[in-house]
Design a protein around this ligand. Structure first.
Ligand SMILES: [Zn+2]
Length: 195
């Protein structure tokens, strides 16, 4: 007589949920789509990794797939090094004024979609102001713009507006209040012209 195997009673697999599975697949595809969009915008993989909660290995693979080369390493610049001159502080204020409009009141973290939108706007404004044709003025790249936005969130940079309505920034460590750099620049030019 054959030894009849006892059948395992049918158990309903509660973890299997086709709807949930499809949703998680869609969200994974969305994350990949976002990652590729951010990489194409030139955002560093370390920033994307922490924003999308995606591994650096995956991002390096995506990067190689898009650009046929490995992503460049290197440290992020410090806020101090980015704001070392008056013209750079004005550039930062131009960028932040746009960024604040896109981010609205969401200052807890940096939404990379908002970063891209505000960065594109910043580039357009620079062109309108002819800043890209003046060697003294140096455009921030998108990762430097991220550092500046991060500085605003962590309150290491304070965004201010002077009595004449110009937007400018101040480092929170600064003990003495600076004169608005725009007005200072205009006043210096006026003095030079009247001499
Ligand atoms: Zn001013």
């Amino acid at each position: 007589m054959k030894n009849k195997k006892t059948k395992t009673p049918y158990k309903k697999d509660l973890s299997y949920n086709p709807d949930k599975l499809a949703k998680s697949k869609i969200s994974r595809i969305n994350i990949q789509y976002e990652a590729i969009k951010f990489l194409k915008a030139g955002i560093k993989i370390t920033i994307i990794a922490s924003s999308l909660d995606i591994s650096l290995t995956h991002l390096r693979d995506f990067f190689r797939g898009i650009f046929s080369e490995s992503p460049k390493g290197g440290q992020m610049p410090t806020i101090e090094s980015l704001l070392s001159t008056q013209s750079r502080q004005i550039e930062a204020a131009i960028f932040l004024e746009i960024y604040i409009k896109f981010a609205q009141s969401d200052y807890k973290s940096i939404d990379l979609n908002n970063l891209i939108k505000s960065y594109n706007c910043y580039e357009e404004i620079r062109t309108v102001l002819n800043l890209d044709k003046t060697p003294k003025w140096k455009k921030f790249d998108i990762n430097e713009a991220w550092v500046i936005a991060k500085g605003l969130i962590s309150r290491r940079i304070i965004f201010r507006r002077c009595s004449s309505g110009c937007a400018y920034i101040e480092a929170s460590e600064q003990s003495t209040k600076l004169e608005c750099p725009h007005c200072k620049l205009t006043n210096t030019t006026k003095k030079k012209l009247t001499k």
